[in-house]
Design a protein around this ligand. Sequence first.
Ligand code: TMP
Length: 213
Amino acid sequence: MSRGLFITFEGTEGGGKSTQIKLLAERLRAEGREVIELREPGGTPIGEEIRHLLKHSEANGAMTAETELLLMCASRAQLVREVIRPALAAGKIVLCDRFSDSTTAYQGHGRQMDLARVREVIELAVGDTRPDLTLFLHVPIEVSEQRRRAREQAQPQLRDRFEEADRAFFERVEQGFQTIACAEPERFVTVDATSSIEAVQVSVWHQVAAKLS
Ligand code: TMP
């Protein structure tokens, strides 16, 4: 059996990653492909507990950048071995909402950690399991901010530590994603996510179809 296909989605808030993943999964399934949808941090029982700790736990106000990096990569190490590798070996298509590029952008650039160190920790977590294609759903920082504020208002009881960061942090994260886009244009493809859901879906499909055999 041939190896499956590993596609990741990246971006700041408000790019519509989860909507596009759902639509893509539906289309691929309609074509008879086996698809699994995952999110990071999370995607396994251990990973979902780590996600809670990182995002919502009352104790996480004291979390250091180093702890955050290691927890992101711990969740990923589990997901890669428990789910992604077996799925790819079985010929499935794996769609993942965020992966290593988020660590480079948020912990490396956003938290201003040493990029070589960050790369080493990512490598320990993923080994040779790398995305075949990454779709960077890009929206301007103002759109991201509006989306974050709307979410805070809709769910004030669900505190999210990442959404408490300041604008300069998100500007560095955006810069981080742009740096990856310049360094790896073959794999890391920017999609303009300011247009309609349908238009973005067409762009996403165009990129994915090129990878399907
Ligand atoms: P989300 O699933 O709602 O996008 O939340 C995940 C949050 O975690 C988001 O703010 C981005 C952040 N994140 C990192 O900082 N580093 C990572 O490696 C990953 C996967 C996510």
